[in-house]
Every structure is written in structure tokens, then in C-alpha cells.
Design a binder for this molecule. Sequence first.
Ligand code: 13P
Length: 241
Amino acid sequence: MRKIVIAGNWKMFKTQAESLEFLQGFMPSLEHTPEDREVVLCVPYTDLYQLSKNLHGSRIQLGAQNVHWEDSGAYTGEISGEMLAEIGTRYVIVGHSERRQYFGETNETVNKRLLAAQKYALTPILCVGETKQQRDVGEIESTVTKQLKQGLVGVDQENLVIAYEPIWAIGTGDTCEAVEANRVIGLIRSQLSNPKVSIQYGGSVKPNNIDEIMAQPEIDGALVGGASLEPDSFAQLVNYK
Ligand code: 13P
């Protein structure tokens, strides 16, 4: 059985005070969430410690949004796997398209970050996906294949989650058709050595489309931006039918 992982990616949203307010509103809705669903919040660095203290004993797992490949050193603005693990972080997003687009992330640096995350027993969530232009010219498969091939060199597929996030669907309200997302995710799975890796879909996942997305046989969860910021909408996502 593949694990179902519903993860919120808060991106650069929420102060500590706002993160605690979210928690208060969100926690009660987990009462009826099926046990076999992993619920993850990938939050800004400044929220990690505060949430870690407040999540103690709860079923919500804490995630970060990036990790550097060195253990320590002169890398201004970066954070190490050891620092994240020390405060109870369990997941870390690696290679999000916003990192690739705005901060020069490449498949090579993504690979180094994945290895560093695993060194500290963090579960990396590797993001892959094509641009609108790549989709239009029929380069979905080749783009995703290259991201996987170069990103996964030496990576342990026993401790890995992948998120298929077509870039044109992120923050646009333009969700990828569930059947099409299922097709690409099947293709991703066919390139893995471990068929049990959980593969999420991400890109404008909302309460009104989560049921259809999660009904697809290849899709094992969701990586959610905007709709993870409000307790009510994230609650509807983790409690999908
Ligand atoms: P949205 O859900 O806001 O489209 O963001 C998706 C995303 O980038 C999650 O990592």
C-alpha cells in the first residue's frame, strides 16, 4: 500500500502568531481524518520551531521548504538538514518550481539537496513538472524524465515523496485535468525503481476538485499552496471522500 500524503506548502505566508491561529482552527477537524492519511505542513523557517512545540503529540507532521546540501558552512541564507531535524522537522520540499524559476535551482542542486535531506532522515518531497510552453510543444515526458533522472542520482527511493506540479497549474486556478495528472503520474512511477513511492499532484488543488483528484488510482496525495492557508479549506482537503 502506498501512503497517502496531503501536504500544505505555505510558501512565504504566515507569521508565528498567524501559524498558531491556523493551528487552533485546524486541529479539531483532524478528529475524523482517516488514520492512514499523513497530514503535513511545510511552513516558513520562522514558524518551524513554534509549530514543532505546539504539534507535539499531534498527527500533523512538520515540513520545511528547502534544505542546503552541506552540514554547515559559509552559506548565507541557507539552512542545514541537521538544523531542521533537530527541531522535529520530518519532511522537506526540494526543487519546487518557484525555487527553480526564481532562485536558480537546477536538477544538480536538487539532487544534492535530496541527498542531504535523507542524510538527516528527513523525507524529501521532490517537485517536478513542465511549463505551459513545454506542454504545448509536447515536452511533458522529456521534461519530467530529465528532472527525475538527474534529480534522483543516488537517492534512496525508500524515503521519498514526489509531487507532480505542472507549473501552469500553480496558483492559477487552472487545475490539470485529474485524468491527465493521473497519466503523467503513472509515467513518473514507471521510471522509479521503487513502485511504492507516494506521488502527489499539486497545482490549484481546492475543496471542489480534491475528491476527483484523489479518486485517480495513481495519485497518492496533494501538495497544496493557497488552499492550505485557511483552516477550513485545508480541513476539507485532508478530509476528502
Ligand atoms: P497552489 O495550490 O496555490 O496552486 O500551489 C501549488 C503549489 O505550488 C504547492 O507547492
